[in-house]
Write a protein that binds this ligand. Sequence first.
Ligand code: FB9
Length: 498
Amino acid sequence: MHPDLTERILQHLETADKVDTLDLATLFAEDHQKIVGSLKSIQAHGELVTAETVTHKSLGLTDEGRAVVEHGSHEALVYALVPPEGIAQAALMTAGGANAKVGFSKAMSHGWILVDKSVTPPLVRRKVDTITDVVRNQLQQVALGKGDQLPAKEVADFKKRKLLQETTTKSFVLARGPEFATTLTKLETDLTVEMLANGLWDQLKFKAYNFDALGAPPTRGHLHPLLKVRTEFRQIFLEMGFSEMPTNNYVESSFWNFDALYQPQQHPARDAHDTFFVNHPARSHKFPQDYLERVKKVHSVGGYGSKGYGYDWKLEEAQKNLLRTHTTAVSARMLYKLANQEGGFKAAKYFSIDKVFRNETLDATHLAEFHQVEGVIADVGLTLGDLIGTLYEFFRKLGITQLEFKPAYNPYTEPSMEIFCYHPGLAKWIEVGNSGVFRPEMLLPMGLPENVNVIAWGLSLERPTMIKYGINNIRDLVGPKVDLKMVEEGPICRLDHV
Ligand code: FB9
């Protein structure tokens, strides 16, 4: 809105019965859009003016038309390029540039030039000594606003040659309205208690509601990138027919976290340097007694074809409570249930994505807690080949197709493999997880049938999230120093499902 412009328009209408906004733009030497903007502002204050929409069709020069006015028509330019001694047609086309062909044709039809075929190669020569560039002159008339004086035939030809174009301009014919005034009354934007109490509301003018205005975006929550990536992983597992395990217990007994996985009680991972033990409550006391006895036996004297570890297994060690160091503790609970469910064992595919805790050295990519992603498949006769095939399918759905496997060691799987992939985004090979076939010393004490094998693999949620969102330090992803803007502005996560 241009305050002085709105009042100048109103003052003009005090004496003029009608006026077109285009004329006002000329009169006030203002851009027509500014005049229209002021009109909108006047109309927001009530019916001070009436405005009738008018459409003006006019002829205007195209960019090419303007170039002709400036430099001459294509045919005149071609004529000017023909020297007294003549010129080969190919050379003339090259010298004439993009419009040489149309210029040559027009110059020939005007009788300005000819092709002398009595010589080899044939030469283009001038046929007349001087020319009049009528096209340029006529377009100059259009540039001066006299396009309406051009014969219709010429207009049609120039439009065809894309030298002229029809332009449509919308303007408004203004007149005084029922609430005409030469000044704008301030519009109220709020109806207040005072206005209602003292009756002033009846004399005031209120700004009209703009129901087309966009509402202010409500403040709302935002998903953390980790949770966005978790959703993508969950979708992949569900697509592959896996069921989610209940992982809602951060505190676990050493029995389920280690002993059930045939991890010996003197294993360094069970030391307080690697594990967070819980003081209150320090111990668990409820275990499936018969199963616990079988676990004790397989650790100490062996069984199921294994010689065991040959140490004195202690209940007190198994009772110690801790923060679970892997979600494989939950997998152990689920496999035990699977072995002892009503109706006996049935094949199953489980997954989990949840927090685990390790008392390890912290660095830019490792904290004392991270989310483990784990997949488990229990079925008759599963082999390492099934595990490898499943890993290819799982990572294919993450957009990863090149995998390599390296033999590794886990206390609870044999064989075990570290998983590496060529990451196209990083353009390098990276470690992406660990995997293996659970040992019979873990599965058979649970009561699983001898012909049942269980394959499993694990990775973290933080590493793929950091890669996906370009985060180098894990403290920029999780923890007290996280910039909430990163959470608010983090884009949607698509893990290249293929
Ligand atoms: O996640 C890891 N890397 C990774 C994963 C995905 C990724 O991007 C996706 C492909 C698009 C990029 C990187 N790693 C495992 C490898 C390394 O980051 C490693 O330095 C850190 N590891 C964690 C453990 O560190 C203490 C990641 C975590 C991990 C390792 C092993 C398991 C789970 C998590 C496991 C297991 C397992 C094995 C056998 C049976 C059951 C579970």
